[in-house]
Design a protein around this ligand. Sequence first.
Ligand SMILES: Nc1ncnc2c1ncn2[C@@H]1O[C@H](COP(=O)(O)OP(=O)(O)OP(=O)(O)O)[C@@H](O)[C@H]1O
Length: 225
Amino acid sequence: MIDAETGYWQSLTGVILAEQGLEVRQLYSERDDRVLFADLCFTLNAGDVLQIAGPNGSGKTSLLRILAGLSSRYEGDIYWQSHSLDQQRAAYLEQLLYIGHGAGIKAALSPLENLRWSCALRGLKQNDETIFQAMAKVGLQGFEQQPCYSLSAGQQRRVNLARLFCIPAQLWILDEPFTAIDQRGVAEIELWISEFADAGGAVLLTTHHPLAMQRPLRVIDLGAF
Ligand SMILES: Nc1ncnc2c1ncn2[C@@H]1O[C@H](COP(=O)(O)OP(=O)(O)OP(=O)(O)O)[C@@H](O)[C@H]1O
């Protein structure tokens, strides 16, 4: 549970329990005539954490980008809460928070400005207090107004991860969230994922890092396709 006042995570509890979350049916994708995955089927409901595993180049990022609505290089069906994505794409994107494997921030802007921008893009009018709390949560208290180019790679990654605490969502899609993060930070992110899932969120992530979460974890290995 993150914030007693905003209750973002608390408010998730039960939201998608009653309905189907994400459902992927017979998904197929290829690159340069090479099949990345075929007949891929899975569901992801409230409380689920699903790791997409596989060697470099096996299609993990490609899959996450498809499910984040950023790529249409696929065949098959994707459903959110029992409706085809084609029918309710906007509603799906509103409930989704995608963090790609890049830094995902503007280096010339401060963390505060970057996060204000991320919130505004989602149509959220977050006050700076929420952003300051998120910055503190990711261990960046005191760095709020410093230009991001002057932050380390791990700190820049943490700025991006602070979006988890500013933007309410039901589904997190996280591509390599542990990149550039120190050992203690990795354990913290694992905890955030667990807490989010405990509160009724659903998480889809990729990582080459062995996960040590105190909750059931499903794994799909794209290396097997
Ligand atoms: N923009 C692109 N143009 C052409 N081919 C691409 C592009 N992006 C990815 N690919 C190809 O698609 C395949 C899958 O790439 P993808 O990034 O999804 O793999 P990945 O499993 O996420 O790898 P990694 O573990 O290295 O991050 C690779 O063979 C890659 O060369």
